[in-house]
Design a protein around this ligand. Structure first.
Ligand code: TTP
Ligand code: MG
Length: 365
């Protein structure tokens, strides 16, 4: 069956919320993030600031050098989380199969609808009516293309890739837009003289494999606009994670520490929202992953006591993630391009299995 997938992504989300609440910020460069002089990084910036090169994950002090008039606002996560909840309710109105990706982004599977485009328009209108915020929306037959489409006409965009147009759309698509390709991947593509997906389609499987390992199969699929990943709703969710890719590779441990703290706050919000929507969950493991400037990666995880409600511990214990990060960093003395952290949940079947084993041990089954 031809699927119909919608990807919704709010425009410069945190910054837009702040601009809505302080109209005097409407026509000036604005960023949300750690204050100057704290060695912290920005969460995001508005579109005026982006013209100066100011972007997410950029150290605040560096951003101020690019744009001295930049207004930097400290993040108010509760406010963003409230707006996010309103948006999620709108998504739930239009599909039973919604996969939230972050506070401001989600995929919806609307395959059963006759017109995905009209649903996309309604979602945009509802969001604006209820929050006074704009979103950009993409429609296509899979997640990869729907996400590319939502970014195509940002801000306040709506872009639809019809099945008949996929080939011509994908052929001219720059490979740098393929998810997961990163800076190092682009360097390899440049060496192979590959700029577009059409050029990527012409590279042999073997050559791609020699450079990209198992990622090469995904590359081959993406190059043809193929992506079989399903939209997974919250109930099926086995993990939640957040990550940030630095614009410049980072060596300074203080910056990494600050970023981890911000990411931990975002992770906690995401977990709280998740638990509010699906009910209590038990965390099996927490993990931190790090990608280095040479494309190599490492991760560290610890198993938790699986008491039924161990979420509070995670929410109050940024230190545990910090220790995992330190362990990752000890493994290699290299500069860092990405850090991520997350939790893995105990699944329903694991819970049932454990309960069953307990009953068996007690001779009760
Ligand atoms: P994004 O959707 O990636 O960015 P955005 O909404 O600010 O801008 P765009 O219009 O390009 O979609 O992220 C959503 C929010 O997540 C963003 O407003 C702030 C937060 N965030 C961080 O805190 N750190 C990051 O590195 C990124 C990318 C986002
Ligand atoms: Mg966004």
């Amino acid at each position: 069956m031809n699927r119909k997938i919608i990807h919704v992504d709010m425009d410069c989300f945190y910054a837009q919320v702040e601009m809505r609440d302080r109209p005097e910020l409407k026509n000036v460069p604005v960023a949300v993030g750690g204050l100057p002089g704290t060695r912290s990084v920005l969460c995001t910036s508005n579109y005026i600031a982006r013209k100066y090169g100011v972007k997410s994950a950029m150290p605040t002090d560096y951003a101020l050098r690019l744009c001295p008039d930049l207004i930097v606002i400290e993040p108010n996560f509760d406010k963003y989380s409230n707006e996010s909840k309103k948006i999620q309710l709108i998504f739930d109105k239009y599909s039973k199969l919604v996969e939230p990706i972050s506070l401001d982004e989600a995929y919806l599977d609307v395959s059963i609808e006759s017109s995905a485009t009209s649903i996309a328009k309604k979602i945009k209108n509802d969001i604006f009516e209820q929050t006074n915020l704009t979103a950009s929306v993409g429609v296509a037959n899979n997640k990869f293309l729907a996400k590319i489409a939502s970014d195509w006409n940002k801000p306040n965009g709506l872009f639809v890739i019809l099945p008949k147009d996929i080939k011509s759309f994908v052929d001219q698509l720059p490979v740098k837009l393929i998810p997961g390709i990163g800076k190092k991947g682009i360097e390899v593509m440049t060496k192979l003289q590959v700029k577009t997906c059409l050029e990527l389609q012409q590279i042999s499987k073997e050559l791609l494999h020699s450079h990209f390992g198992i990622f090469s199969q995904s590359l081959i699929n993406y190059a043809q606009g193929i992506d079989d990943r399903l939209v997974q709703n919250d109930l099926q969710r086995k993990s939640i994670s957040v990550e940030t890719t630095f614009l410049e590779d980072i060596q300074d441990n203080e910056i990494l520490k600050f970023s981890l703290r911000t990411l931990h706050e975002e992770l906690c919000l995401r977990i709280k929202d998740h638990v509010e929507s699906v009910g209590p969950k038990t965390v099996k493991k927490i993990f931190v992953k790090v990608k280095f400037d040479d494309f190599s990666r490492t991760s560290c995880e610890i198993c938790l006591d699986q008491t039924d409600d161990n979420l509070d511990r995670i929410i109050n214990d940024a230190e545990a993630f910090q220790n995992l990060l330190n362990n990752c960093l000890k493994k290699k003395l290299k500069t860092v391009r990405l850090i991520g952290l997350g939790v893995k949940f105990k699944t329903k079947s694991e819970k049932e299995f454990n309960q069953q084993s307990l009953l068996t041990l007690c001779g009760l089954s």
